[in-house]
Design a protein around this ligand. Structure first.
Ligand code: SF4
Ligand code: SF4
Length: 98
């Protein structure tokens, strides 16, 4: 079954731009960790966006930010970041957010 979803952003990532073919499945509430960025460590190299499997990073002009509607919490962005700018944080720490 193919779940259709209209892409929210025009530029989710460097190479899925324009088609948004990979952004089909909302993550919902099952992600156990989320990537949190320390912008001061980021040099805008783009590796996190390049390696993100669902291509859910979008370009903020001086850094890449995970679109949490589609982020699966795999941690690859944090693993690949050469500057340790992304850190995976348990979802429980955001339990009180609206
Ligand atoms: S890989 Fe790290 S340093 Fe490079 S853009 Fe992503 S967060 Fe920034
Ligand atoms: S945790 Fe995985 S899915 Fe989420 S932004 Fe990082 S690489 Fe992409």
């Amino acid at each position: 079954m193919v779940v259709k979803h209209k892409a929210i952003f025009k530029t989710e990532s460097p190479w899925s731009n324009g088609k948004g073919v990979l952004l089909k499945l909302d993550t919902g509430s099952w992600r156990t960790e989320r990537p949190v960025l320390d912008v001061s460590k980021c040099n805008y190299c783009g590796l996190c966006a390049l390696y993100c499997p669902p291509q859910c990073m979008f370009d903020r002009g001086d850094h890449f930010e995970a679109n949490l509607a589609f982020c699966k919490g795999c941690g690859i962005c944090a693993k690949e970041c050469p500057r340790g700018a992304y850190k995976m944080v348990p979802e429980g720490e955001f339990a009180n957010e609206g």
